[in-house]
Ligand binder design. Structure first.
Ligand code: FEO
Length: 161
């Protein structure tokens, strides 16, 4: 694999692992606020992020490439509100989308068709990731300080499987 592409692939493993950590940190905050449904949603999101990291991990091993596992940064567990949590989720997903798009472009520039096809799954996945965070943010806009409505949203998010 092209050196620059391999470096970016390894960095993406770290970004996905950090995403998992970030969302676990958010789950800690939400749990403390007794928003157990929101916390469950975040824990499942963290699990998904680990699966994203593992997809790349296995792909690099399959290609016989060197896997580099860098340190994962410490995430925050301090947020000012549920809205703050989901605003930061959306912002983070936008950051990941930009990173995935750059990674895809690097694969194309390296004429690595196999890596390009592999990365297309991530390109499509990011559309979903951003849309989920945006939808929840939109609902939070309606809720404002309405506690019963917040509890209903919490219940709905807790139904995620
Ligand atoms: Fe793995 Fe939420 O992007």
């Amino acid at each position: 694999m092209d050196k620059k592409l391999l470096k970016a692939m390894n960095e993406q493993i770290n970004k996905e692992m950090f995403s998992a950590y970030l969302y676990l940190g958010m789950a800690v905050y939400l749990e403390k606020k007794t928003l157990l449904g929101c916390s469950k949603w975040m824990q499942l999101q963290a699990k998904e992020e680990m699966e994203h990291a593992m997809k790349i991990f296995h792909y690099l091993l399959e290609r016989g490439c060197e896997v580099e596992l860098d340190a994962i940064a410490k995430p925050s567990v301090d947020y000012s509100s549920v809205k703050d949590v989901f605003q930061k989720t959306l912002k983070h997903e936008q950051f990941v989308t930009a990173s995935i798009n750059k990674l895809y472009e690097t694969a194309v520039a390296a004429n690595d068709n196999a890596a390009g096809i592999f990365l297309q799954w991530f390109v499509a996945e990011q559309v979903e990731e951003e849309s989920h965070a945006s939808e929840i943010l939109g609902q939070l806009d309606y809720i404002k300080d309405d506690s019963p409505a917040m509890l209903m949203l919490d219940k709905a998010l807790g139904a995620r499987t």
